[in-house]
Design a protein around this ligand. Structure first.
Ligand code: C2E
Ligand code: CA
Ligand code: CA
Length: 572
């Protein structure tokens, strides 16, 4: 499956053995060149398909992102409007409740004053309408702030009042409602003295006290606010301000209707009820003050959220973003490429090769996403998932056959951190798999910091794992690694195997690599064996193991297990 271009390898291989004249940078560029040349060489058509699917995927993401973007733009502004409305409405409502409560308190105080004045008058013992009686009445009126006048009636006609005797006959007004202490109320009467302003009359026995309705409700009112003071249970209106629709206010007070055009508040006392009402439309007017501030906050939130949606969707649209999601959703699967013992032809194990299985069914090859994961610091969680999968998927096989081994690929970051070691040890222990059944493959890229690499590899070795150097000869390596690092095996890269039987400059290198490995006591595994001729050559040269399409492509778990159990000599 690996699609590397032959010339790239030839060049790369030359770097190892001849090219000490290249600067480090040149070598890196050389290495990259060779990789990307490989990616395009054989994959034009599948890559086109992948791009098409990716484009479809992208348009879905863009559609969702646009939808979310519109929501993110509109919702905060609507929310700001709603909040401003609610706050203004609540404020209005509170003002109405405060108003009703205040007016009720004033009304009750005034009523209390009038009741006391009447009680005092009724206790007077002077002969009625005598000068002393009249003087006493005057004194009561002077001492009671809210009472304008007190009159004494007999036979329903006014006999005298605090100002003296009437000059014309004044009949007693009828009582609208009777409150506690048997005090009768005349809601509105027009006595001669007040110059035509309606007054409220309180009746007790022969006496009537007059009060100005202003005493109840002389408060500043907002425009459009209606206010009514209602006496007793049959709700006679004593005072009403701003020409209210009394019928409606009475209904509001008795809570018989719920009016959704009106904001209102009702304060109830024992004898009195106060209703304050204002049209809801007023809230719109008041909004003018608060809305700009709320809208500014709403617009800022909108911008922020739109930005967030854009940022998230760009992240989602970028491959590293998708990769991070894939790790979270565990979208990886492992295929196993059999490793064959060239002497016996038996399968001795496999190399675990990861694939990215996208939810849309598409499979992405490691050549594409492993370098990306490495560049974006995402490789370690992938390695951990591969290790976990290998252990769960092949536990039975590995426990049943202790000679079988699986090779796992490590990236530079894995080797740097060594973070996979202890979780792997724990998993192996639980699964009862012996550590020597897991081989670790590391490329020369992982050895750049030789000291750190050494520490991890030594630890891995102490734990019982065998370590193979992968892609040997393709990097910008020196042979020094082979001597310095604790290695058990060397994998001859496909580019060298490809040259077997072909007359080319690199073909002479392959036997050298084999010799070097042998002299260092390393096992040799040849990769990418596609032709029988290659296998024969390698076997004859004493190479122990080989993998390649000649034997098998990388296989899904079940197929690999079947392959393993069906091999020529049967499982070892
Ligand atoms: P592949 O499965 O496409 O893997 C390509 C490379 O991705 C691997 O190269 C390895 O560097 C990386 N890789 C795969 N899985 C993992 C993983 O779990 N972790 C990390 N860190 N890296 C991973 P490598 O190791 O040289 O693997 C051999 C490649 O050669 C595989 O490609 C395999 O399918 C392919 N191959 C095997 N036999 C043949 C053959 O006969 N002919 C051709 N053309 N390709 C072959
Ligand atoms: Ca490998
Ligand atoms: Ca390799």
């Amino acid at each position: 499956m690996r699609s590397r271009d032959g010339t790239g390898y030839r060049r790369a291989a030359t770097v190892v053995f001849v090219g000490t004249h290249l600067s480090f940078k040149d070598r890196v560029v050389e290495g990259r060149d060779q990789r990307s040349a490989g990616h395009f060489g054989h994959w034009e058509i599948p890559a086109a398909f992948e791009r098409m699917r990716a484009a479809l995927d992208r348009s879905r993401i863009i559609a969702i992102a646009s939808f979310l973007g519109v929501l993110a733009g509109v919702l905060p502004i609507l929310a700001a409007f709603y909040m401003a409305w609610t706050i203004v409405e609540t404020r209005r409502q509170t003002r109405l409740s405060d108003l009703a409560g205040y007016v009720l308190a004033r009304t009750q105080a005034t009523f209390g004053d009038a009741t006391n004045a009447l009680r005092t008058a009724r206790r007077l013992t002077d002969p009625t309408c005598s000068p002393t009686h009249i003087a006493a009445l005057r004194e009561i009126v002077v001492n009671t702030r809210s009472v304008e006048d007190i009159g004494y009636f007999a036979n329903d006609t006014l006999q005298c009042g605090s100002w003296g005797r009437p000059t014309i006959p004044v009949p007693r007004s009828s009582i609208d409602v009777t409150l506690s202490d048997d005090i009768g109320v005349t809601a509105s009467l027009r006595p001669l003295i007040s110059g035509g302003t309606p007054l409220t009359g309180f009746h007790s026995g022969a006496y009537v006290a007059l009060t100005s309705p202003g005493r109840f409700a002389d408060v500043p009112l907002d425009k459009d606010t209606e206010l009514a003071v209602l006496a007793g249970f049959n709700l006679t209106v004593v005072d009403a301000r701003h020409d209210p629709d009394l019928q409606r206010l009475r209904r509001l007070a008795s809570a018989k209707i719920l009016d959704n055009q009106t904001l209102y508040a009702v304060a109830r006392g024992q004898d009195w009820t106060v209703v304050a009402a204002a049209p809801k439309a007023d809230v719109f007017r008041d909004l003018g003050d608060d809305l700009p501030m709320f809208l500014a906050v709403g617009a800022a939130t909108s911008l922020l959220m739109v930005g967030l949606v854009m940022w998230l969707s760009r992240r989602r649209l970028s491959l590293p973003g998708e990769l991070a999601t894939a790790i979270r959703r565990r979208e990886f699967i492992v295929h196993y490429q059999p490793i064959i013992d060239l002497k016996t032809g038996a399968c001795v194990g496999a190399e675990a090769l990861v694939r990215w299985q996208r939810p849309n069914g598409e499979t992405i090859r490691p050549d594409i996403f492993i370098p990306l994961a490495e560049e974006n610091g995402l490789i370690e969680p992938i390695t951990h998932q591969v290790i976990e999968m290998v252990i769960t998927e092949l536990k039975d096989l590995l426990v049943a056959d202790r000679s079988a081994h699986i090779a796992i690929n490590l990236s530079a970051a894995d080797i740097r951190s060594g973070s996979f070691l202890s979780p792997m040890a724990a998993l192996l222990k639980t699964a009862d798999i012996r550590p020597d059944q897991l081989w670790l493959e590391a490329t020369e890229r992982g050895f750049l910091d030789a000291k750190v690499a050494r520490a991890t590899l030594e630890k891995a070795r102490q734990n019982g794992h065998a370590i193979a150097i992968d892609d040997f000869g393709t990097g910008y390596s020196s042979l020094q690694y082979l001597q310095d690092l604790p290695l058990d095996a060397l994998k001859i890269d496909k580019s060298f195997v490809d040259t077997i039987g072909i007359d080319s400059a690199t073909s002479t290198i392959t036997p050298h690599i084999i010799d070097i490995a042998k002299s260092l006591g390393l096992s040799v595994v040849a990769e990418g064996v596609e032709r029988q001729e290659q296998a024969d050559y390698l076997a004859q040269r004493g190479v122990h193991y080989a993998q390649g399409w000649l034997f098998s492509r990388p296989l899904p778990r079940l197929e690999f297990i079947t392959f393993y159990q069906r091999q020529p000599n049967g499982p070892i």
